[in-house]
Design a protein. Structure first.
Length: 141
């Protein structure tokens, strides 16, 4: 029987995932982090990207997070996301539109632009599109 850990992924709006997993991959600020049961405790900020959860039966579930915090304890992993969406529920057209809006805001020299906000929106949109592409590749689409 494989060792397991409990995983919770929550955002301000709702609990996205709560269950038992054998492995988890998350987009930590310092790079992608793989987490197995009995992992050394760790607290890290998250950047926008995909959290991939491997369940006991080998099935994988993906959740897109826009950022937040990752807390790892030996038998419990908690993702406190700014916003979180099941990867299968991501809207590719909306992500492309958000990317284009952010790029336009960054190139708009005449208007009042909050560059930090525009860059954050661009990073989130690009991460969403990357997550959608990875999910399509895994599903064979």
């Amino acid at each position: 029987m494989a060792m397991t850990m409990h995983v919770d992924i929550v955002s301000a709006e709702e609990e996205i995932f709560s269950g038992t997993a054998t492995f988890l991959v998350a987009p930590a600020a310092m790079g992608e982090v793989g987490v197995a049961p009995r992992h050394t405790p760790l607290l890290s900020p998250l950047k926008p990207g995909e959290v991939k959860i491997t369940l006991q039966d080998g099935e994988e579930q993906s959740v897109f997070v826009s950022g937040g915090m990752l807390e790892i304890q030996p038998h419990v992993v908690t993702v406190l996301a700014d916003t979180a969406v099941r990867a299968k529920d991501l809207d590719e057209a909306a992500a492309i539109e958000a990317k284009e809006r952010a790029e336009q805001a960054l190139t708009d020299k005449a208007g009042e632009v909050d560059y930090a906000k525009a860059q954050a929106e661009l990073a989130e949109a690009v991460a969403q599109l990357h997550t959608i592409q990875k999910l399509k590749k895994r599903m064979g689409s």
